[in-house]
Design a protein around this ligand. Structure first.
Ligand code: HEM
Length: 138
């Protein structure tokens, strides 16, 4: 049976990661990895990602069981709809996950929390797919 808190001893993944500062660190590490690792994802983003990083951190806060900062400022995220302008196939979803795994490693997230987040992130990344691309060239 799944333990009651698969992410670790804290009440929420948000507390387990260490609160706001660490959520922001994850968002920054993720976009840093996109900058250095993934030209296909980088090409979808604005040149300056300060706002992108901020929005993602605010979203993650609520998504991890912390303060729902994104909803408080912008309302319901409607993520799938907001991703429609971008071509997201299997390749893009895999690239997103690859950068996220590297980012979680970069900031040294504990193994249980990392495994928990990886499963949840990957469900959402698959949900965000809206195209049949297989490689960046296809
Ligand atoms: C599956 C591959 C994904 C791709 C290629 C992708 C790509 C993007 C892009 C290009 C933007 C716009 C950034 C900007 O204009 O500043 C964006 C926004 C965003 N993405 Fe994703 N994304 C993916 C998956 C996800 C997942 C899994 C999550 C949640 C865990 C997520 C959360 C967000 C949020 C919160 C925003 C900001 C929405 C807003 O503008 O209010 N994305 N994404």
């Amino acid at each position: 049976m799944q333990p009651a808190r698969p992410w670790g001893p804290s009440e929420t993944p948000y507390l387990e990661i260490g609160g706001d500062e660490h959520v922001r660190a994850l968002s920054d590490a993720f976009y840093d990895r996109i900058d250095s690792e993934s030209p296909v994802l980088r090409a979808m983003l604005p040149r300056n990602t300060v706002k992108t990083r901020e929005k993602f951190a605010m979203y993650l806060s609520g998504w991890m069981g912390g303060p729902p900062l994104y909803e408080m400022k912008w309302g319901h995220p409607r993520l799938k709809m907001r991703h429609m302008p971008f071509t997201i196939g299997a390749y893009e979803a895999d690239e997103w996950m690859r950068c996220m795994r590297l980012a979680m490693n970069d900031i040294g997230i504990e193994a249980d929390l990392r495994a928990f987040l990886e499963t949840r992130f990957s469900e959402l990344a698959q949900h965000m797919r809206n195209a049949e691309t297989v490689t960046p060239d296809s």
